[in-house]
Design a protein around this ligand. Structure first.
Ligand SMILES: Nc1ncnc2c1ncn2[C@@H]1O[C@H](COP(=O)(O)OP(=O)(O)OP(=O)(O)O)[C@@H](O)[C@H]1O
Ligand SMILES: [Mg+2]
Length: 219
């Protein structure tokens, strides 16, 4: 199995000394190349589960396994796209992508890195805006930079936390379609958190629903 979420519980300690059981006994298997959407009400634990896949947080019980190895920390084989883009405002589109590519592929020749960068700028249709900084871009364009940056690292697992949440319906529709094509083309395995059931149905091979917390489970 490509990814196995194996009997995962997540318990958060609370400031008053108590604890909050956010996730209880989550079991999920993800096949290579699959696109999974994670849906559920606000506060049910979607981001918590995604963070554990990213290695940003650990399970309290159970574990998350990627290609036979337990995920214990973040790594370039898993890239996360957040709702707020997280681009560096003083760098251009090209420089934002280059920063990630140069870091992860520091041993590859310069020419090869340049072509990876240009290919991914082109993939999301931003060649004309490659020199612009985030402040000069629309929300949808910033989101495309974030997606290009994530894909340029060629992750095994692409993790998206409400990537289109901040966008209007029209922009959203266009980007959803683009993401679908890019994922198909690159064969990347993706897990996307969304509030939007229509979006989940449109984009994914499988929709996974979390029940309301505490002790959220797969419903
Ligand atoms: N560090 C923390 N300490 C205590 N409780 C937490 C912590 N992080 C998350 N929680 C709780 O765990 C639950 C799940 O949070 P999570 O952010 O995963 O929800 P979500 O499904 O992503 O919600 P949304 O759709 O609003 O983003 C919430 O009830 C939240 O209050
Ligand atoms: Mg969330």
């Amino acid at each position: 199995m490509f990814v196995q979420i194996d009997h995962v519980d997540k318990v958060f300690p609370l400031a008053n000394g108590g604890k909050y059981v956010a996730l209880k006994n989550i079991e999920l298997e993800i096949h290579e190349g699959e696109f999974i959407s994670l849906v559920g009400h606000s506060g049910c634990g979607k981001s918590t589960l995604l963070n554990m896949l990213a290695g940003l947080d650990r399970a309290t019980a159970g574990g998350v396994i990627l290609e036979g190895r337990e995920i214990t920390e973040p790594g370039p084989d898993r890239m996360v796209v957040f709702q707020n883009y997280s681009l560096l405002p003083w760098l251009s589109v090209r420089e934002n992508i280059a920063l990630a590519v140069d870091e992860v592929y520091s041993r590859r020749p310069q020419g090869e890195r340049r072509s990876i960068i240009e290919h991914h700028i082109e993939l999301v249709g931003l060649t004309h805006a490659a020199k612009k900084r985030p402040g000069e871009l629309s929300g949808g364009m910033k989101q495309r930079v974030a997606i290009a940056r994530a894909l340029a690292i060629r992750p095994k697992l692409l993790l998206l936390d409400e990537p289109f949440g901040a966008l209007d319906a029209l922009t959203r529709g266009g980007l959803q379609e683009q993401l679908m094509h890019i994922c198909e083309e690159s064969g990347v395995t993706a897990v996307m958190v969304t509030h939007d059931v229509d979006e989940a149905l449109l984009l994914s091979d499988r929709v996974v629903m979390l029940t309301n917390g505490p002790e959220s489970q797969i419903g």
